[in-house]
Design a protein around this ligand. Structure first.
Ligand SMILES: Nc1ncnc2c1ncn2[C@@H]1O[C@H](COP(=O)(O)OP(=O)(O)O)[C@@H](O)[C@H]1O
Ligand SMILES: [Mg+2]
Length: 210
């Protein structure tokens, strides 16, 4: 099997790039894939998350390597790259051409939307190479997520139907080095399910391309 390569990139920090990386890698490894997360972001939140997991005796089910040139084992089936925040736009353009998919997480805040639209335009991303993922979306009955998704769709921009909802249990997950799927409680369960569905949607896209 050819190795699948997926990158996640955002020009703003704090949108949930690392939280999505950890949770999707976890969900993909739960599906039986050999997954490696390459942490290319200098703030290293994915690396620290995995270190906390290690320290507390939890197993994430995948390994985290340092940077894009890290030591990726031969048998890695899915390489997920948590890219440098605020990427150089020429680099982002090149990355989008070399990856099976680039995921652009975007919050519902106007500043995050503007930054995402700017990256897409200036890095000349092609619709077949990337997909926007709305993250930290306020829960229903708030309609910001739905409205924004409809606007992206109306503008012809590729966006995941599903969102990552804003859930306070992410703070506990991050602190303990656990994923929501390894935690108890309704909110964690619902969040874990969301990430699992998203992982399936991502797999479908990259498998259809190969
Ligand atoms: N879906 C979410 N709901 C609530 N908090 C979140 C969510 N995703 C991430 N966070 C929190 O937001 C902060 C930034 O997330 P992080 O994944 O580190 O963002 P980035 O990698 O884009 O800088 C962290 O404190 C994280 O725990
Ligand atoms: Mg990060």
């Amino acid at each position: 099997m050819k190795r699948i390569q997926i990158a996640i990139a955002s020009s703003k920090g704090g949108v949930g790039k690392s939280a999505v990386s950890i949770h999707i890698c976890y969900a993909l490894s739960q599906r039986g894939f050999k997954v490696v997360l390459a942490d290319a972001d200098s703030n290293q939140s994915s690396t620290y998350w995995a270190e906390r997991a290690d320290h507390n005796g939890h197993s994430l089910g995948f390994s985290v390597v340092d940077g894009i040139d890290g030591d990726v084992p031969e048998d890695c089936e899915i390489l997920w790259i948590d890219t440098q925040g605020n990427p150089n736009l020429a680099e982002l353009e090149k990355l989008s051409q070399n990856m099976d998919l680039v995921i652009l997480p975007c919050g519902v805040d106007a500043g995050e939307v503007t930054a995402t639209l700017r990256s897409i335009r200036e890095a000349k991303l092609q619709v077949e190479n990337y997909k926007i993922l709305l993250t930290r979306v306020p829960p229903s009955p708030n309609k910001r997520g739905e409205n924004l998704r409809n606007q992206f769709q109306a503008a012809g921009l590729p966006v995941f139907d599903m969102f990552v909802q804003n859930r306070v249990c992410h703070y506990d997950a991050n602190e303990s080095g656990l994923t929501l799927g390894q935690m108890k409680g309704r909110a964690a369960n619902a969040g874990a399910k969301e990430y699992a569905n998203l992982a399936d949607a991502i797999l479908k896209i990259v498998e259809a391309k190969s």
